[in-house]
Design a protein around this ligand. Structure first.
Ligand SMILES: NC(=O)c1ccc[n+]([C@@H]2O[C@H](COP(=O)([O-])OP(=O)(O)OC[C@H]3O[C@@H](n4cnc5c(N)ncnc54)[C@H](O)[C@@H]3O)[C@@H](O)[C@H]2O)c1
Length: 364
């Protein structure tokens, strides 16, 4: 069968192969221990049955600091400064957690999968549709599982809201609305502002909300139009190529529309996120797990199992359980992550080319 992006999206997930017995500790290796990687490391140290065996970063001080953090919890983690050297020692670990800049995802993820390891790869999947396809192709042939860091799928409130939507609680989905306003990104991480490294903000940042909205309808969009640019932070920081504002309108099958906007120069009072799904009976706020019926004024709080638990912890816990026992495909599996990353890339293309872009163009 010819492997295309389209054939993966929506295809049945293959049976998963457990690396070891359900009782064995799972040995984890971390590649990229900056902002996100060190957060993933801390949460992994709290997951029962996980041993941190190795950490790697091209910045030696970061690798050493991460090894110390693991050491304080009694884990003997070896520090590496080149991921290829770490993979040369592949017998010493079972799972690889990758949290490096987006332009390195394809190379590192494909190598880790080829080494027979389970892979937790941070979102977005990669920089381009072709890179994403290369990762998913590698994962289909791999012994290990691939899970992607769309951890908001494990957020208890959003998950309860999604169950409510999928159970017909809001009736037929009609319209979705999202925004994400949070001030500009931290200037101490230069690659955030280079779209050849990050994939630009709609891919690197907004992929989370686009993932949730696509999950709500569980379909790929038909087409998108968008507009965006740099209106305030021109050359701030110097050389900036990532947008500081944009808006996109997606059309999904069934005449469902999604409107999403993203602004980086919002004043503090306007900071926040909005994730709303409107249906024929009422609308749900995903982040609050609140249902607003059209016929009645006021919000009804949905029942939220595990409310307050950290989504990243839950996502990692699912990954390690899955890697250990081959339980079931995770909520943020390779197929859903591919689709959501492509949804973001489709919006990026529409903005850059100032035209309507169809799903068929991106998922050739
Ligand atoms: N899921 C989330 O909510 C979330 C949040 C933040 C970041 N992220 C994602 O995590 C990834 C990392 O982002 P970050 O904010 O931690 O960036 P960062 O710059 O803080 O950390 C990246 C680290 O990777 C290291 N690195 C770069 N190339 C490497 C290589 N070839 N081998 C080993 N190490 C290498 C860097 O030295 C750095 O320490 C990105 O994909 C980002 O989109 C996800």
């Amino acid at each position: 069968m010819k492997l295309t992006r389209r054939s993966f999206v929506g295809a049945a997930a293959p049976a998963l192969v457990g690396a070891q017995s359900a009782n064995d500790a799972i040995r984890a290796a971390f590649i990229g221990v900056g902002n996100r990687g060190s957060y993933l490391l801390r949460h992994s140290l709290a997951v029962p049955g996980v041993r941190v065996a190795a950490v790697c970063d091209v910045q030696e001080d970061r690798a050493q600091a991460a090894a110390e953090v693991a050491g304080e919890k009694g884990h003997a983690a070896k520090a590496y400064y080149d991921y290829r050297k770490l993979l040369d020692d592949a017998r010493t670990f079972d799972a690889v957690i990758i949290a490096t800049p987006v332009n390195t995802h394809q190379e590192i993820a494909v190598a880790a999968l080829a080494a027979g390891k389970h892979v937790y790869l941070e979102k977005p999947m990669a920089l381009t549709p072709d890179e994403c396809l290369a990762i998913v192709t590698a994962s289909k042939a791999a012994k290990g599982i691939l899970q992607v860091g769309f951890q908001l799928r494990f957020d208890p409130r959003r998950r309860a809201a999604m169950d409510f939507i999928h159970g017909g609680g809001i009736g037929k989905v009609l319209f979705m609305q999202g925004f994400r306003h949070g001030g500009d990104l931290p200037r101490n991480t230069p690659w955030y502002f280079d779209r050849t490294v990050s994939g630009d903000n709609i891919v690197e940042q907004a992929c989370h909300i686009l993932d949730l909205m696509t999950w709500a309808v569980d379909q790929s969009p038909l087409r998108v139009f968008g507009s965006g640019g740099i209106n305030l932070y021109r050359d701030i920081p110097p050389g900036r190529t990532t947008m500081d504002n944009y808006a996109v309108i997606y059309e999904y099958p069934g005449d469902v529309r999604l409107v999403f906007s993203h602004i980086y120069f919002d004043p503090p009072g306007f900071t926040g996120i909005k994730e709303r799904v409107f249906g024929s009976i009422g609308a749900v706020d995903l982040a609050r797990a609140e249902f607003h019926e059209r016929a009645n004024r006021g919000a009804v709080k949905l029942e939220v199992p595990n409310e307050g638990e950290n989504s990243t912890y839950l996502s990692l816990k699912a990954f390690y359980e899955n890697a250990r026992a081959g339980r079931k495909p995770p909520l943020n599996d390779a197929d859903s992550a591919l689709r959501s990353t492509l949804v973001a890339m489709m919006g990026r293309k529409a903005i850059y080319e100032r035209r309507i872009v169809t799903w068929d163009e991106i998922a050739r």
